[in-house]
Design a protein around this ligand. Structure first.
Ligand SMILES: C=C(O[C@@H]1C=C(C(=O)O)C=C[C@H]1O)C(=O)O
Length: 172
């Protein structure tokens, strides 16, 4: 586990502007599906914690661009491996991004959002931010990654906060 004597910060910073410890960079810069990578470490499940139609935060609006000013489906989940909470995620799915062929993204339940984003037509991750701060439920501080995905031309945000149990899991 890298030095955590970092000051917790709520601001997301462009990934390329941060020097990250190698282990952290290996996970935060991974271009593939986090779900697929976690599944390689043991039994995996997604536990939805919160779902509501709300306005994104001002920071999320800026990260989404113009579409961010409208209402979005906010989805907060905890990802478990071997029944250990390893990631807390908050996704911001603009309602305008959930129309037509993208509508399944708004009805994931306990299925991983990644299973839709990494299904053809593949979503592409066009920007990544990083921070060392609290998770959506207030755990931490821990490393977090905010990704902007574009699926069928429509943007959405997925923020993943990597909990201490993850680093214990991969060390064993
Ligand atoms: C984006 C992915 O989907 C994962 C699944 C999530 C969900 O079901 O809400 C949220 C964050 C991601 O870690 C992925 O697997 O890479």
């Amino acid at each position: 586990m890298p030095d955590t004597a970092l000051r917790a910060d709520t601001r997301w910073r462009a990934q390329e502007r941060l020097v990250l410890p190698p282990l952290i960079r290996d996970w935060l810069a991974d271009p593939g599906s986090l779900t697929a990578r976690l599944r390689r470490h043991g039994p995996f499940r997604v536990a939805p914690r919160h779902g509501a139609i709300e306005r994104p935060t001002l920071e999320e609006q800026a990260q989404l661009g113009r579409i961010g000013r409208r209402y979005a489906l906010i989805r907060e989940v905890t990802l478990y491996v071997h029944e250990q909470p390893v990631v807390e995620a908050r996704s911001v799915l603009p309602l305008a991004s959930l129309a037509n062929a993208n509508r399944s993204l708004g009805h994931m339940g306990s299925r991983s959002l990644g299973s839709e984003l990494y299904r053809r037509p593949l979503a592409h991750r066009d920007q990544v931010w990083v921070r060392f701060g609290l998770s959506p439920s207030g755990q931490g501080p821990c490393w977090g990654r905010q990704s902007r995905f574009v699926k069928r031309g429509r943007p959405l945000l997925v923020a993943e906060h990597f909990l201490p149990a993850l680093w214990e899991l991969i060390r064993d």
